[in-house]
Design a binder for this molecule. Structure first.
Ligand SMILES: [Zn+2]
Length: 230
């Protein structure tokens, strides 16, 4: 099983940029109405456990929050690999560095170029880890924050967002052609424009290479579907 966990992949943007590969056999919007806020760590933790984790994860310390493997559907597989998964196997140093440059941008200590460069560098590292893992584990879950991280500072800049969505669509194409496994692409939340910036929205997205017959699934619904193999 292969899971592409794409932070802030937005259902409207997939249509706008004609991401043909991300629209697999079945696709649509997810339902996030159970959550008060669209928080990245909370939503991925909820996806992994099948439970609404909002009350258990304080905002101040959310990036340090970590699940035990047995709390997640991943532990029902003989072997699994989670590449940079929030609340699970996050590459803390890479994300701390992204948050530092984000803060520097708002403090006018460094430019958006420096931040974008780091985000793309971290993305390329995860991409390498993800594609190298395919075929070696029962389930490979690769997390990519590209659309979220670039979107926060540049969601209102179409050239930049087109490049991001083309990249994610191309990754989906490469994933599909490498193995015949069940493949899920899913986001935690979508994104909306706030001037040149972007903020989280309820426009989450999912797509599968097999017909599941889901309609507006909750992010917590996937736990039962994925546990033990879809
Ligand atoms: Zn997110």
């Amino acid at each position: 099983m292969i899971i592409l966990a794409l932070d802030a992949l937005d259902s409207d943007m997939i249509t706008r940029y004609e991401c043909k590969n991300l629209k697999q056999v079945e696709y649509g919007q997810t339902n996030l109405s159970d959550f008060q806020l669209e928080r990245t760590v909370v939503l991925w933790a909820s996806f992994l456990t099948g439970k609404n984790m909002e009350p258990r994860i304080p905002i101040e310390t959310q990036w340090q929050f970590k699940l035990k493997p047995e709390e997640t559907f991943l532990s029902s597989f003989k072997s699994y690999k989670g590449v940079d998964v929030p609340a699970f196997s996050l590459k803390e140093k890479n994300h701390a560095e992204e948050r530092r440059l984000l803060k520097n941008f708002f403090d006018k200590e460094s430019g958006v170029e420096e931040y974008d460069e780091l985000v793309w560098k971290n993305h390329d590292e995860n991409k390498k880890d993800f594609f190298n893992s395919l075929g070696h584990f029962d389930v490979v879950l690769g997390y990519f924050d590209l659309a979220d991280a670039i979107g926060h500072l540049s969601f209102g800049i179409p050239e930049k967002m087109r490049r991001v969505y083309m990249e994610l669509d191309e990754m989906m194409r490469e994933t599909k052609s490498s193995l015949d496994d069940f493949t899920l692409a899913i986001s935690d939340h979508g994104m909306k424009e706030v001037g040149r910036y972007g903020d989280h929205s309820r426009n989450g997205f999912y797509s599968t290479n097999r017909r599941l017959g889901l309609s507006l699934p909750r992010i917590t619904d996937f736990y039962d579907l994925l546990k033990g193999g879809a």
